[in-house]
Ligand binder design. Structure first.
Ligand SMILES: NC(=O)c1ccc[n+]([C@@H]2O[C@H](COP(=O)([O-])OP(=O)(O)OC[C@H]3O[C@@H](n4cnc5c(N)ncnc54)[C@H](O)[C@@H]3O)[C@@H](O)[C@H]2O)c1
Length: 360
């Protein structure tokens, strides 16, 4: 009998899945979901950086196969692919923060460009791989600062080093698809574009919800810099569901599903940082936040929205949670981590189950 967690026609059961970036926020959630589906999960990434990282609190190093390594090290990554001989590979290892990309653009470009090249070289030289997916971001698009959502065939771009590196990562993906993976018998390759993902276990610096939770745990007041900023808030399992559904379609139906795919909230879900604060306060009334008064809800420089029509129509994927549910799942995730003697792994599995049972 297929488990409640299986939204993927059972294809991940007993498959070898190689995940780069499994020690990170999204990667660790995906590793848990895959493991619960009966996949043999192999992770390649840098070591976790904090005790609170989801990878650490869920004790994942004891539950999946684990190799600490750098994606800039072409040989080490290739050796790992050769050793594991995965059926499918997902590339999530990246320098993921805009601020850090300004501080160290060289590292950012090396990791996000050459890391992607090294990933596709490893896939190309490893005949066991049937499906490979590169995870990028909504910021890969040339931002025209307009209100309409970006479609998969809009031009790539990016002004800051992080966005530019992800636009390049998309161009690299397209080049490998066209140059090396177009013939039958070669791996089926695609990319997933999502933005502003939130959920328990994310403790990255300079992200608004982790900053809020850090301040709350330390009984401090958080000063919000940009309360008017509207962002495509998404619970972490929404894009992960998208990447895994894309993997399923590529595995079962092949190259018609190659190329780029957007995974974002529904078009009418437009919420600001200020809205997030109000919603979080419903679950944590003692949260202390200081924000400049909101005067103009409409103005938002840098607004970037994704058009998800393609994924909704062709992958049969769509967001399961509305804004209130997104924030509730997120805050619950942080609260569960804080509980004394919490089994965080079990609580993550419980949330995945709850998520799978949500209607959509
Ligand atoms: N979290 C978001 O809101 C968001 C939004 C859009 C796109 N993304 C993308 O999703 C992916 C995962 O992001 P995340 O939020 O989980 O980030 P994260 O920082 O939590 O995890 C990043 C992962 O990449 C690994 N990594 C970084 N540099 C590496 C290197 N040189 N060699 C090997 N591994 C390396 C880290 O060890 C970690 O496992 C990234 O590609 C990111 O750009 C994230």
């Amino acid at each position: 009998m297929m488990s409640q967690l299986d939204l993927f026609s059972g294809i991940y059961q007993n498959k070898k899945i190689l995940l780069t970036g499994h020690t990170g926020f999204k990667g660790s959630w995906m590793a848990i979901w895959l493991r619960e589906l009966g996949a043999e999960v192999h992770g390649y990434a840098l070591e976790p950086t904090a005790e609170k990282d989801n990878f650490v609190t869920t004790n994942l190093s004891k539950k999946i196969y684990n190799r600490f390594g750098d994606v800039r090290d072409k040989e080490a990554l290739q050796n790992y692919f050769d050793e594991v001989k995965p059926d499918m590979a997902f590339h999530m290892a990246a320098q993921p923060l805009v601020i850090d990309s300004y501080n160290n653009p060289h590292y950012n470009f090396e990791t996000n460009l050459m890391g992607t090249v090294n990933f596709f070289e490893a896939v190309r030289n490893c005949p066991s791989v049937k499906v490979a997916i590169n995870v990028t971001t909504d910021k890969c698009y040339q931002n025209n600062e307009w209100v309409w959502g970006y479609r998969e065939n809009d031009p790539m771009g990016g002004d800051d080093p992080y966005s530019a590196s992800k636009g390049c990562s998309e161009l690299i993906t397209n080049s490998y698809i066209k140059s090396f993976f177009s013939k039958e018998g070669k791996a089926h390759v695609a990319s997933g574009r999502a933005g502003n993902v939130i959920g328990g276990g994310d403790w990255a610096e300079n992200r608004v919800i982790p900053d809020m939770m850090r301040a709350h745990n330390a009984n401090q007041t958080l000063v919000i810099r940009n309360p008017n900023s509207v962002r495509p808030w998404q619970f972490v399992l929404e894009p992960v569901f998208g990447y895994m559904r894309l993997g399923e379609k590529l595995f079962l139906q092949g190259k018609t599903f190659s190329g780029g795919w957007n995974f974002g909230p529904a078009a009418f879900e437009n919420y600001s940082v200020h809205d997030v604060v109000l919603e979080v306060k419903k679950s944590i009334p003692t949260l202390k936040v200081d924000a400049p008064k909101v005067t103009d809800k409409l103005h938002e420089a840098g607004l970037l929205k994704l058009d998800i029509t393609k994924a909704v129509n062709q992958l049969n994927w769509k967001p399961k949670l509305n804004f209130e549910q997104t924030i509730k799942f997120t805050v619950d995730g942080y609260i569960q981590e804080n509980e004394q003697e919490a089994d965080v792994y079990k609580s993550r599995v419980k949330q995945i189950k709850e998520y799978c049972l949500m209607n959509n």
